[in-house]
Each structure stands twice: as structure tokens, then as C-alpha cells.
Design a protein around this ligand. Structure first.
Ligand SMILES: *Cc1c(COP(=O)(O)O)cnc(C)c1O
Length: 435
């Protein structure tokens, strides 16, 4: 399987190049030249397979010419070593829990797979990979924990002082080993500016092999297709064969992966693109005009994206824009509606959802109400564990949140973070002196 850039479809590169470049020079995004079909026998027998088996089959269908099957199997099994269960809340309403990985968010699928793929390609004595990441919370945790202990890699994470939640901060700062955390006395934008300057600095690029492990890396997208196929396998075991997925969306990688699974042959009836006030895509789906806008801050802050990078990938999956508009419906919700949804989920099912997940639930319920003829089972994706966003809950609901063991283990650990200002000279000096 070769990959092309959405800006120059005629130029094809191998998987390894797409992974290490992350972003093509022409600022497009990498996509598979053709999207292969899942084996029909595999699809027919899907109900029999476990998540690791499904993950390997999907990965193999996509990547067997880039990585030998035996190695790919080892990568997949090591990366996806946690569950992604669906939980029934009421008839035809299921939540797909994607928060059972180490950082308690679905980004673990992408970050863990990408880290192992990078390490695999590096193993024949190549120079150590230095990953620089700026984070406002969720991405940094997934990348830090995804690369923790992965040989021949080192991660440096920049996060804004006082602007990440306590659990997010612990996930970033207590790791040690090949993970370094830097607390910047500034905003997320300051962190991002420092990382960008490092990438264009000649001295740093001569000394280090720098990469961004960016969220738009193709190696983060592919493993997210695994859990859609696995969710469908679980539905089959429940006696359901039609599915609507509701996806809480920001940069649209998650929905893009669902569409990849669909394009590979997974029979999905409908996707719902559920957003907060950053409604560029729902607006496009209703008006036909794609108008990116500056992002606005909301309670579901991991979805505060006004110009979703992955939308171009989604557009490339469809030859026919009309088909896109049929298969995907969109809706957006305010912070007030998000809070009401969190309360409603708690009252109806005694279940606590994070604000991102609450939006996906509301979108699914509204879709089912508006389309009573569609008898498909509804699955809404839970992208993060609620304990990562403690500030949005009422006291009553907050008291119900069960903090997972892997978070409790972090609690006594000292923070190993280093404090720096927003000046590039200071950051550069730190990198050179701690080579
Ligand atoms: C990153 C993130 C999202 C948005 O996912 P996209 O793939 O960018 O659409 C939603 N919820 C949570 C909790 C996230 O961390």
C-alpha cells in the first residue's frame, strides 16, 4: 500500500515515509492510494473474533506489504492491549467505551500504534527519534504514555502551566524514562510556537532527529478503524446487524477512521458528526458551504477546532459528495445543552459521561427521534473517561466517578517536570544541554 498527499495525488510514498514525515511538504495529508476491502469471509464470521484478532486483520489488510505479518501482529498486540467494550444503556443505545487505555482517552489507540510502528522502522541502528509535542491536555498524555519505554525514542512534552487538569498533569509529568515534561509559563499557543520554532532551527535539526508525532499522522488514523469493526462484532453477538455511530468530533480523525472502516466494507448505516459550538462540519452538511472559522472555547475543549484538518481526508474517501451527505449527518450543541445531557445520562442510566461523550449521546438520541424508521442500533463513542474533566460536573455526579486504578497509582508519584518561560532561547538551551 502506497500513500499519496491530498495536495498531490500523483506522488506516492511508502508507509514508512508517510509515518516519519507526518505532514507532506505540500501541506496535504497522507491517504492510502486505494482503500483495500476486508476479506468477505472475515466479515461473515466477524462475531467470532476478539479485538486483537480484528485489529490484526484490519492492519494486515492495510499494511501487509509495508510490515511483515509476524511483526505487524506483534505491534498490534503490544499496542492494543486493553478493551473497547460496548455497554448497553437502553434498547438500541450503546456506549462504546474507548477510555480503557493508559491515558483514559481514545487517542491511546493512535498514539500506541504509531509509537510502535516508528520504533519498528527505527530498529536497524537508526538515530534516536526525538518527538516534540505541545499539548493542551489529552494529546500529550496519550503520546507520553504511548511512547513510554519504547526503545530508540524520546518524547519532550510542553504544556501550559495551570491549564491542564490534575489527572492530565500527572499523566504528563510522572513518567521519567524516555519522557520529559516541560511546564511553560504561558498558553498552549506559546507551547506550540516553541515546538514550531524548534522544527525549523538548523542547529537543533543537525543534532537531533526531530518529529512531531502529530495527530494527523496516518499511523494514528489506521488503528482507530479497529474499534469500529470490533464494536460491530459485539453488536452482532447481541443479535443486531445494523448500526448508526455517533462520533464526538473536533479535528475529525475519529470520524475519518470510522469512514475508513466503512470504505473497507464495514456495513454502517449512518454516521453522526456531533460537535460543540465549533460547527464548521454540521454547517457544511446543512448548507453545502465549507467555511472554516476561528475556534471558540467550550466545555468539551478537546473538540474546540474551527478548521478540522482531517476533513480533507473525509472528502477524499468519497468520490461522490452526495453520498457523503447521505452517510454523515451533523449536529452541534452548546455548553448549556452539554450540561443538560450529562445530567440526563446520569439520571436515566446512572452512568457518567465526559462532556465530549455527552454531545455524542445527545446527537444519537436526537437522530433516533427524527428518524423513527431507522431501526439500527445506535452506538455513541465515549472518547474519554470523565475523571479527566472534573471541573464540569455537579458535586453529586462528581462523587459518582470511579477513578481507575492506573490513575490512582500516579497519585503519590513526584512531578518530574521542568519549568521554562516562553522564550525560544531558553527552550533551545534546555534541549542542547540535556541531549
Ligand atoms: C481528541 C478528542 C476528541 C476529538 O477527536 P477528533 O478525532 O479530533 O475529532 C474528542 N473527545 C476527546 C476526549 C478527545 O480527546
Amino acid at each position: 500500500m502506497k500513500f499519496y498527499s491530498t495536495n498531490s495525488p500523483a506522488v506516492h510514498v511508502p508507509f514508512k515515509e508517510a509515518v516519519f514525515n507526518s505532514l507532506p511538504q505540500d501541506k496535504g495529508l497522507y491517504m492510502p492510494v486505494s482503500i483495500p476491502q476486508l476479506n468477505p469471509d472475515f466479515l461473515r464470521n466477524l462475531a467470532k473474533y476478539s479485538l486483537p484478532e480484528i485489529a490484526f486483520e484490519v492492519a494486515k489488510t492495510m499494511l501487509s506489504d509495508a510490515i511483515p505479518e509476524k511483526d505487524l501482529k506483534a505491534i498490534v498486540e503490544d499496542a492494543i492491549n486493553f478493551e473497547a467494550p460496548i455497554v448497553k444503556l437502553e434498547e438500541d443505545v450503546y456506549v462504546l467505551e474507548l477510555f480503557h487505555g493508559p491515558s483514559l482517552a481514545f487517542k491511546d489507540f493512535g498514539a500506541r500504534f504509531m509509537s510502535r510502528v516508528m520504533s519498528y522502522f527505527l530498529r536497524d541502528g537508526e538515530k534516536m527519534l526525538d518527538i516534540l509535542v505541545a499539548t493542551s491536555g489529552d494529546t500529550g498524555g496519550a503520546v507520553a504514555l504511548g511512547f513510554l519505554g519504547v526503545s530508540n525514542t524520546r518524547v519532550t512534552i510542553l504544556y501550559p502551566k495551570g491549564k491542564v487538569s490534575p489527572i492530565q498533569e500527572q499523566q504528563l509529568t510522572t513518567n521519567g524514562q524516555n519522557i520529559r515534561a516541560i511546564e511553560i509559563d504561558g498558553t498552549f499557543d506559546d507551547c506550540q510556537a516553541l515546538v514550531k520554532q524548534a522544527f525549523v532551527n538548523t542547529e537543533l535539526n543537525e543534532k537531533f532527529r526531530l518529529t512531531s508525532a502529530n495527530s494527523i499522522n496516518i499511523a494514528r488514523l489506521i488503528p482507530q478503524a479497529f474499534y469500529y469493526v470490533n464494536a460491530y462484532a459485539q453488536l452482532l453477538r447481541e443479535g443486531k446487524s445494523e448500526v448508526v455511530f455517533s462520533v464526538p468530533s473536533g479535528n475529525f480523525g475519529n470520524l475519518g477512521a470510522g469512514l475508513l472502516a466503512w470504505k473497507m466494507g464495514l456495513p454502517v448505516k449512518q454516521f453522526i458528526a456531533a460537535t460543540n459550538a465549533n460547527d464548521t462540519v454540521p454547517q457544511f452538511l446543512s448548507t453545502g458551504f465549507y467555511k472554516p472559522k476561528p475556534s471558540v472555547a467550550t466545555l468539551s475543549n478537546a473538540m474546540d477546532v474551527g478548521n478540522p484538518s482531517n476533513w480533507i481526508r473525509i472528502a477524499h474517501i468519497f468520490q461522490d459528495p452526495e453520498k457523503l451527505k447521505q452517510l454523515i449527518s451533523g449536529c452541534s450543541y452548546t455548553d448549556e445543552q452539554t450540561k443538560v445531557a450529562i445530567e440526563a445520562v446520569y439520571k436515566q442510566y446512572n452512568y457518567v459521561v465526559c462532556p465530549h461523550t455527552a454531545i455524542a449521546w445527545q446527537a444519537l438520541k436526537d437522530y433516533q427521534k427524527a428518524n423513527p424508521d431507522n431501526q439500527a442500533a445506535g452506538v455513541f463513542l465515549s472518547t474519554a473517561h470523565p475523571c479527566k474533566f472534573p471541573e464540569v460536573f455537579s458535586e453529586e455526579i462528581a462523587a459518582k466517578i470511579v477513578v481507575p486504578e492506573q490513575v490512582k497509582e500516579l497519585q503519590g508519584k513526584p512531578s518530574l517536570s521542568v519549568a521554562l518561560g516562553t522564550d525560544f532561547a531558553g527552550f533551545k538551551k534546555y534541549l542542547l544541554e540535556n541531549a
